[in-house]
Write a protein that binds this ligand. Structure first.
Ligand SMILES: C[S@@+](CC[C@H](N)C(=O)[O-])C[C@H]1O[C@@H](n2cnc3c(N)ncnc32)[C@H](O)[C@@H]1O
Length: 218
């Protein structure tokens, strides 16, 4: 099969076939409901943003993934108490889970809110990872990825990677000082720190090596 003409400049390919499905894995029905806008949050912490998003956007469905057990349990307890039909909390590593659960071009929006800084391991920053190409393949054309951080060097690198490596149009903003979307956002803004937001958009016709890739688990 001829390889597609890629829309980005990332040479090193991600290998989804090397990842096993997470333990107790099951695919939520909603990922196959084409009439519902699906939103994915990676690294949801205790779920403050996901809960607020689900309440404010009853016609969308947010899947929010957190891998740290203690944080996930706090999130899951709140989610169960509120019983929001359009919120699915997931306890898993987001990379393996996305590979096995999310169909191509199915997501309207992805949130990466205050990711771990990975200062000593910059190849683990989201836009430096080969996995980012797979994530782009799961996004619909016109879909958006929102990255927010309080670390200026993380944002400078992400903005450069979005433009040069991933060839994505993007807009960078300063987060308003009274924003309260997540626990980390509240903490950083209360300390007087500046937080930045980068919104990237997947253009129509954008091609990756994973546009037809589907897990055998589905
Ligand atoms: C700095 S915290 C931010 C939490 C939350 N977004 C907030 O702003 O309050 C980053 C979170 O991402 C989670 N995380 C990092 N890598 C992840 C992955 N591959 N899959 C799922 N969660 C991940 C960590 O467990 C941690 O809770």
């Amino acid at each position: 099969m001829p390889s597609p003409i890629l829309s980005h400049r990332n040479a090193r390919a991600f290998r989804p076939e090397k990842l096993s499905a997470p333990r107790d894995f099951c695919v939520p029905e909603v990922v196959h409901q084409t009439d519902t806008p699906i939103v994915l949050e990676i690294g949801a912490g205790k779920g403050k943003h996901a809960l607020g998003f689900a309440i404010a956007n009853p016609n969308s469905h947010i899947i929010a993934i957190e891998r740290t057990r203690t944080k996930f349990e706090a999130f899951d307890k709140l989610a169960k108490a509120q019983a929001l039909p359009n919120l699915t909390p997931i306890h898993a590593d987001a990379i393996a889970w996305t590979v096995h659960a999310v169909p191509p071009a199915s997501l309207q929006q992805i949130y990466l809110l205050y990711p771990n800084p990975e200062a000593h391991n910059p190849n683990q920053q989201w836009l430096n990872m080969p996995f980012f190409e797979f994530l782009l393949s799961r996004l619909q054309a016109g879909g958006k990825i929102t990255l927010v951080t309080n670390i200026e060097s993380y944002m400078d690198n992400a903005e450069q990677q979005a433009t040069i490596l991933w060839q994505l149009p993007s807009m960078r903003y300063r987060v308003h000082s009274d924003s309260q979307r997540t626990h980390f956002e509240i903490k950083y803004l209360a300390r007087g720190e500046t937080c930045w937001e980068l919104v990237m958009q997947k253009p129509e016709g954008y091609q990756t090596r994973f546009d037809d890739w589907k897990s055998s688990n589905k």
